[in-house]
Design a protein around this ligand. Sequence first.
Ligand code: IPE
Ligand code: IPE
Ligand code: MG
Length: 225
Amino acid sequence: MTQGARHVAIIMDGNGRWAKKRLLPRVAGHKAGVEAVRTIVRAAGDMGLEALTLYAFSSENWKRPEEEVNDLMGLMKRFILSDLDEFAANDVKLKVIGNWRALAPDVVALIDNALERTSGNKRTTLAVALNYGAQDELVRAARAAAAGGAITAEAIEAHLDTADMPPLDLLIRTSGEVRLSNFLLWQSAYAELYFTDKLWPDFAPADLKAALDQFARRERRYGGL
Ligand code: IPE
Ligand code: IPE
Ligand code: MG
């Protein structure tokens, strides 16, 4: 029998198309996307999830125009600053995965502070994937495993950015695209996948609930019978 999901990850896609449909600039879609993040983080806690991992900026998103990259970084900073109190109120522990230490010094300082301020929170872990690419994560993990002497599956897993999180149960992607775009490649080995046409800014708690309900009806076999 499938247990309830402990760890859900979401590829939050479709902000640009959401804006385009409304004849708005792409940044308006990203702003609406931040609102959806707020709502879904709260809902995830209420639905009893231990961990929620959100793909916010991929290691490939640097290919976008400089203006959009700057808009995204600005929104990220404002989100972390303005939501610190909300994290405290909802007992949310922040975690950041990916090569975030390579980001601009002001962003790194902000994240360091937010990690420290939320480190004692226990109800839900919110992992934000920033400058994250799964291939990059795997290279870093393999290097660390090799430095420790043995490149085994256990050693690689122990050096993943998600090492201290529960196993990934459910991976959701919004916007109708059916690909992983370099997200959690190792962790999704036996995760259940869920794709929805909803654009990220339109993704509501009821949609998360629908995904979790479907997850509960899936039969996971891990290669066995
Ligand atoms: C997802 O929305 C947000 C990020 C990748 C940062 P997009 O910006 O990819 O939106 P679409 O795919 O162009 O609609
Ligand atoms: C994946 O979405 C990255 C994030 C949601 C942050 P993209 O929009 O960058 O993915 P592709 O380019 O469609 O594969
Ligand atoms: Mg996209």
